[in-house]
Ligand binder design. Structure first.
Ligand SMILES: [Zn+2]
Length: 143
């Protein structure tokens, strides 16, 4: 993310986190650019609020919300993302197209994604509907 934090010229007057009005989960800010890359009928979407947030609670039907209370349902997402959906067809890594089933068959894919991320070859900020790194969505290694 391009948010700076410590420099004095930085605009820190807005909250970077906000509580999801649908489920109460604490959510991180996301750019409207990222949202437009992920919703169906994005040409009909007119952002009504200045700041937007992504709810990463898989049990919550809301994907995005604005600070004005506007909601975007997860059913509007173009791709079934593992962040919000169960099931093998849900996508874990949106940059390289890894589904949950792919990863379960071939857990070493995670190393590939780690390598690509280190090399700067990922584009999570726009490819992942959460706007955050796909690696955080991989199930934790057991043992
Ligand atoms: Zn929520």
């Amino acid at each position: 993310m391009s948010h700076c934090c410590s420099s004095s010229g930085c605009d820190t007057s807005y909250p970077r986190k906000r509580i999801c009005p649908a489920c109460g989960n604490e959510c991180l800010e996301i750019s409207s650019r990222t949202i437009a890359h992920h919703i169906r009928f994005s040409w009909r979407w007119t952002p009504s609020s200045r700041y937007h947030y992504f709810c990463d609670n898989p049990d919550c039907d809301t994907a995005y919300f604005g600070d004005d209370g506007s909601l975007v349902a997860k059913t509007v997402l173009r791709v079934r993302s593992a962040v919000k959906e169960n099931g093998g067809d849900a996508v874990l890594c949106h940059c390289f197209g890894v589904s949950r089933a792919d990863f379960e068959r071939e857990p070493s894919i995670r190393e590939f994604v780690v390598e690509q991320t280190k090399a700067g070859n990922c584009s999570c900020e726009t490819r992942n509907p959460s706007g955050r790194c796909c690696l955080k969505d991989f199930p934790k290694q057991k043992g």
